[in-house]
Design a protein around this ligand. Sequence first.
Ligand code: ATP
Length: 616
Amino acid sequence: MSTLLDAQAEAGGHLAVSAGPAGPAVTDEPPEPPRLSWPQVLRRFWPLTAGRRLAMAGALLCFTLAVVADAIGIELLSTLIDGAVENADLDQFWHPAAIWAVVTLAAAALTYAGSVLTASASERFSRRLRAHTHDHLLTVAPEELDRRALGDVLSRVVDDTEDVEHLTVSGAVSTAGSALAVVIFGIAAWRQSWMLALVVLAAAPCVWLLNRWLTGRTHAVSMRTRVAHGALTSTLEQSFTNAALVQAYNGRPAERRRLAAVSGRLMRARLRQTRLAAVQGPLTELVETAGLLAVIGIGVINIATGDLTVGGLLAFTAYLTFLYPPITALGQLGLVASSSGTSAARLVELLDLEPAVREARSLVVHDREITAGPAGIAIEGVTVRSPGRPDRLHDVSLRIPAGALAMVTGPSGAGKSTLVELLVRFRDPDAGRIRLGGRDLRDRPLGELRNEVTLLPQEPFMFDETVRDNITYGVPEDPGTGPISLATRDSGAAEFLDRLPDGLATQVGQRGRALSGGQRQRIALARALLREGSVLVLDEPTTGLDPQAAQNLIGTLRLLTARGRTVVLVTHDLGLTRYADQVIEMRAGRVHRLTVSPDAPAHPLDRPGTQQLKAG
Ligand SMILES: Nc1ncnc2c1ncn2[C@@H]1O[C@H](COP(=O)(O)OP(=O)(O)OP(=O)(O)O)[C@@H](O)[C@H]1O
């Protein structure tokens, strides 16, 4: 199987770079995908708002009504100034004041309702998008995920989904709300005095243009911040996951330099971002103050000519204060759209990764008569290509009878793990086919196939749960104590379970750190044995086992084959091959030699009377 070192070297990754004498070389970040425009983001992600659109529309309605209520409040301010204040008459105070209080209360309630509705829609959208992305990534070939920096993948699933939400749900609602607020306040101001309304509306483009100008500058910096942030996460992730190697090889100084380099980039980008943000506030305030002074100046002239009342002028200044926030928000729209558009592109890149294999379009069974047949495996002319390199497998044909114990051996890189990947359909062959019980693997529902063919991977993967949870992983219903005891006995796990502090309830820790390598191996084996599929594929299961445990494992596997299960075991341990019914020796992607024990079960497709199936 290709190793981590291979994968990292291929990806131009951490280890490859750190090997150089140049010191703190920093990995090149993969090029960022081109940013998506807002309409593109909406087209792509709008379907995920299904079921939330009513809440979004409700929120927009609430915000709009709140703006109308605010505009009525401003009108009432004008009435109060020109009536009660101008004439010093308390009688003219109570009625408008009461209405104003009610209207303000209504505006507050509407704003609250709008915020709650938006949050409910946006949080549910985020949850759905994260689940969708997570689910999709689990259909992608595991090696495709291994190729990428984990930190970067996590940042896309956690952070970029938030940005996409912003553009699709909360940002969409608030932008529509801001646009409506500008229209409503604009109309209300126009009704008071068209001349002052023109002044107010003339100031609006200035605020908008200023924010747009700043946006362009901020975008480049925020991109740099984002990239530097991703590099920092990846560097930390690689340092920590390779901590044992770093310590054993005195790699701390190199890691420190690497971290200093990426941290420095993040620091510089953040400082630039802060400087720009610090300029934005005062500049906006300057333009707003200029607008306010213009309104007051022209207002004073209008009051002198009798075209405007003091209340009217106060109303205008209030309109200005209410108008600028939505105008500013609209001006910053470009920034939000561009930074979220970048996030969306990063997310779409993950979502566009092709699943390793596809469900069959038609699950019609062609070989009806053998669907319930034994789980013999027929590998027919299978080739797996690797661009620019020799074929990983080349025209391999094999038959493994149901109930046989087949061992696959061969030097490193011979194609053993590639064969395993094909049997569990982590990928499909580029040519040829594999049949199980007579049916092409591609014609079976994936779920059914994965229940039928159990894989024991080379690496004993562990979740940070209890031993029991790890053993029963992937079993739909709690199997109960009996089958678990049987699996732990057959795998040899029972031997050490009693010595664990809480037996089956012991927490195994991150990646099973609380267990030894051999213990992890046996728990993984128990997990595989607990599953009831008719084929068991084991990739180097004896690594980490002592000779006695390896012998016991063979005994267990022989028990399984006696019960009719087919076992394919990849091993470098040639001492084990004498227990096999078939030994398949691979070399350079081809079957070099096939040794069949005389006692080996016959393949169902080779039995007389089943010849027609070969044609099917
Ligand atoms: N993801 C990959 N992309 C391209 N080529 C690959 C990939 N993984 C493996 N290979 C190549 O395919 C060939 C077969 O690799 P494979 O992992 O199947 O060998 P193996 O016999 O299992 O080796 P080992 O005993 O070291 O695990 C090798 O030449 C390897 O470099």
